[in-house]
Ligand binder design. Structure first.
Ligand code: FAD
Length: 342
């Protein structure tokens, strides 16, 4: 995703596009689970199958896009330093049973979760045999420090990196390392070991002087070696579709996977939009107003909204859907069940 510090059973999924009349049905269907959390317990119990020691082979994410589309992936974040690692492991265990093609793990540009990113990514790959995409930022790291992290990524058997500049931490002296993600892409590409993905901004990066200039820099990132673009959260598909057209006109041909986050609370969504600059379309604003005093109904409506967004993007031919799970398997599962993704 995703704001800087912030990243599907397929049992009951529909085989047809969701229609308007399904909205109420879905709302009623999910509400009891969302209300009492039982469904999460069910997921965790159901998924406590033997997953440890899953065979893991080396695979670059580019191979996944060459197989079946749309490629469905998840983003998770490592635990904060004060939280036990196990809290995230439970979430990842529940998520793995939803069979995402890959799971990306965020990296705190200035925080202290950096080692946890690699540990979690390695765990995802080794315990579940699911390809992991380790996020890596460069804004606070010297070139030497970056090289050491790349050594560690390699030593841990990870092969896929989302190369990011990152956001400067508060009080950061940005004269120290003035870098862009493209510099990191070049550094990683020099090793000839990794598949590299990059971030993209359907509404333009907040710092960009113009959408054209942003696209130009995106092209440089791809030319430097980024073979996949994962988009910032977008709640309005018109931005995603328009961006995709602009990318094609700019001569960028790598796959684009659309970053989708289900709305689950008004404060969450306001905070995220403030961080990443995503626009809230009028339907979403109306939804937030309508359910401002009913958290459970808002979650259900947020899931429905995300499902409609995804079905529309898949119909429009997007190669991938990247779900910002916020480490909440319940949300990811609900989304997969309500879409045509499986
Ligand atoms: P860049 O590609 O460097 O772009 C940043 C700005 O610089 C843009 O305006 C661009 O147009 C401009 N620019 C690029 N190249 C040049 C150039 N040569 N000259 C002048 N201007 C240039 N942050 C984290 O801290 N941890 C994470 O795990 C994380 N994961 C993310 C995942 C995704 C999918 C996304 C979309 C974002 C994520 N972020 C994360 C946030 C990201 O770090 C910020 O959005 C950051 O501000 C920009 O990173 P970038 O890699 O896009 O930077």
């Amino acid at each position: 995703m995703t704001p800087g510090n912030h990243g599907l059973p397929y049992g009951a999924n529909s085989s047809r596009p969701m229609r308007l009349e399904d909205e109420n049905a879905m709302h009623v269907f999910w509400q009891p689970f969302l209300l009492n959390g039982c469904f999460l317990m069910y997921i965790l119990r159901e998924n406590r199958s033997s997953c440890n020691g899953a065979a893991h082979k080396r695979m670059k994410i580019s191979e996944l896009f060459a197989q079946k589309q749309p490629v469905v992936s998840f983003e998770v974040f490592p635990p904060k330093p004060e939280s036990p690692f196990e809290t995230v492991l439970e979430a990842v265990e529940a998520l793995h049973n939803l069979k995402p093609a890959f799971i990306s793990v965020t990296y705190g540009a200035g925080g202290s979760t950096q080692n946890k990113t690699l540990e979690l990514a390695q765990h995802i790959k080794e315990a579940y045999g699911i390809e992991a995409l380790a996020h890596l930022t460069c804004i606070t790291n010297s070139p030497d420090a970056t090289e050491k992290i790349l050594d560690e990524i390699e030593a841990r058997g990870l092969e896929n990196i989302l190369a990011l500049r990152g956001d400067p931490p508060k009080d950061w002296n940005n004269a120290v390392y003035k870098v862009h993600a493209t510099d990191l892409v070049k550094r990683i590409a020099n090793r000839k070991k990794f598949f590299i993905a990059g971030a993209a901004y359907p509404e333009g990066h907040p710092e960009a002087a113009s959408p054209q200039e942003d696209l130009q820099h995106l092209k440089e990132k791809v030319d430097a070696g980024a073979g996949l673009l994962i988009t910032q959260i977008a709640f309005d598909n018109d931005y995603l579709k328009g961006f995709r057209e602009g990318v094609a006109r700019a001569g960028i041909t790598v796959p684009i996977t659309a970053g989708i986050m289900p709305v689950f609370s008004a404060s969450q969504i306001t905070h995220i939009c403030n961080l990443c600059g995503a626009t809230l379309p009028p339907q979403l604003v109306a939804m937030l107003d309508k359910y401002s005093h009913n958290q459970d109904a808002l979650q259900s409506a947020g899931i429905e909204y995300a499902c409609r967004q995804i079905n529309d993007l898949v119909a429009a031919g997007f190669e991938g859907i990247h779900i910002y799970t916020m480490n909440k398997p319940l949300l990811a599962r609900a989304i997969l069940s309500g879409t045509n993704l499986r």
